[in-house]
Design a protein around this ligand. Structure first.
Ligand code: ATP
Ligand code: MG
Length: 390
């Protein structure tokens, strides 16, 4: 499981063929690191680090000497900030409103009888691959007896707390679960209702269907979002019933502000990118809802507190000599699987420390810490009294 610095000619040729590019172009892109080659166990693959010739970032080509398989990148979904305007303008007649779950995007494919879990950026994640195999391997294989494993790609969200990427608590999936939100036949996603029917037949979970509404029924849309907001859930993705136009996403205020609070603990990292985008979302919500003084004051206080309290707490912690890290627990089958994961993280340049391990029925539970860059930067500020930004 490593980077392949000098891909062999057969690899380059197959990638060129699958992406519809010249061999020379692939060579150049590989030299610049835009296409990167890696190995996972005995699978060799190439991944796109940005959009190229219509293939989204995170597109993968799985390679074998006598053939290759394209795993389409999951396309970015445009965000609505004014649903009152966007819904009627963008959609054609009906809109399928699905829950947007807060976890990480995983494409699941079958290649040579092996299930592989590919993250948004196009990496085969050893941890996700192993856990999904144990969780739903059997059912997915059953599904792939009905649909062609060489041309279909499953896309879904891994949610729960036992993962190294995005932890958000769901009562129905506290630890580790997978909710499918698209089923691609080559590059084309199936209509949502057809997709659900197929998944249910094989006992696979899908994101909740919250309603099929008329595109002009903005009131209904708002009711659905308000309910999710009360429950502290992330939001919705609105899809055309036949996928004739691309989906749009919308997130609840609860999560917009929650993200700021979470991100600002590590304000030189997540915090930095969260602040402006979340402010924008809340700003347009205030406009659309016609906020009065009292409502604006409430929003300003909530937003302001979310942006400052956790950051100040981090500064105080570091000043007291504490480190800043994310802590989480993962479950592995054994030591070999744990080691495979930690070396994968190290190769991606992520600083992870295993704090402790314990045996349990399912295997090996490991408590880990991801050291945050904010900690290093904060230490410098506290030493020098100088700001890292102007
Ligand atoms: P981008 O904005 O580029 O799409 P992102 O990961 O920052 O990337 P998000 O704001 O999380 O984007 O919204 C898009 C993501 O939402 C999808 O990539 C997918 O992982 C997730 N998602 C959750 N539920 C659904 C759903 N029902 N339909 C489609 N995507 C969903
Ligand atoms: Mg997300």
């Amino acid at each position: 499981m490593t980077w392949i610095k000098n891909p062999e000619p057969w690899m380059v040729n197959l990638v060129a063929e699958k992406l519809g590019l010249d061999v020379e172009r692939v060579e150049t892109l590989a030299r610049h690191g835009t296409i990167r080659f890696r190995g996972y166990r005995d699978v060799v693959y190439a991944l796109l680090r940005r959009e190229i010739a219509g293939h989204p970032e995170g597109t993968v080509v799985l390679l074998e000497r006598n053939g290759a398989r394209l795993v389409p990148g999951y396309p970015p979904i445009q965000r609505m900030v004014l649903p009152t305007i966007a819904l009627p303008r963008h959609f054609i007649d009906k809109v399928v409103v699905e829950e947007k779950m807060n976890g990480y995007n995983v494409r699941l494919v079958m290649f040579h009888r092996k299930l592989l879990a590919v993250t948004r950026g196009g990496f085969i994640c050893p941890y996700t691959t192993a856990r999904l195999e144990r969780l739903i391997g059997g059912r997915v294989r059953e599904l792939f007896r009905e649909i062609d494993p060489e041309t279909y790609t499953i896309a879904g969200e891994v949610v729960g707390l036992e993962n190294p990427y995005t932890r958000y608590f769901y009562p129905e999936a506290p630890r580790f679960d997978y909710f499918v939100f698209d089923l691609f036949h080559e590059l084309k996603p199936l209509p949502p209702l057809e997709r659900n029917e197929l998944l249910e037949k094989y006992g696979l979970k899908h994101v909740r269907l919250l309603g099929v509404i008329d595109k002009n029924d903005v009131e209904m849309f708002k009711q659905i979002v308000a309910e999710l907001d009360r429950e502290g859930r992330e939001g919705v993705v609105a899809k055309d019933p036949e996928y004739r136009v691309p989906p749009l996403k919308y997130t609840t205020s609860a999560v917009n502000i929650g993200d700021v609070r979470y991100g600002m603990r590590f304000f030189m990292e997540e915090g930095r990118s969260f602040l402006f985008s979340r402010l924008l979302r809340e700003l347009f919500r205030a406009y659309e809802e016609g906020f009065g003084d009292a409502q604006l004051e409430k929003l300003a206080l909530e937003f302001g507190r979310a942006a400052t309290e956790p950051a100040l707490e981090s500064i105080r912690k570091v000043a007291m000599g504490d480190m800043l890290y994310e802590e989480f627990e993962l479950v592995f089958a054994d030591e070999v699987e744990l080691e495979e994961f930690t070396s994968y993280m190290a190769e991606l340049g992520v600083d992870i420390v295993v704090v402790s391990t314990s045996r349990e029925d399912e295997g090996l539970r490991a408590r880990m810490r991801k050291i945050k860059d904010t900690w290093i930067q904060l230490r410098k500020v506290l030493d020098t009294g100088l700001s890292p930004v102007d």
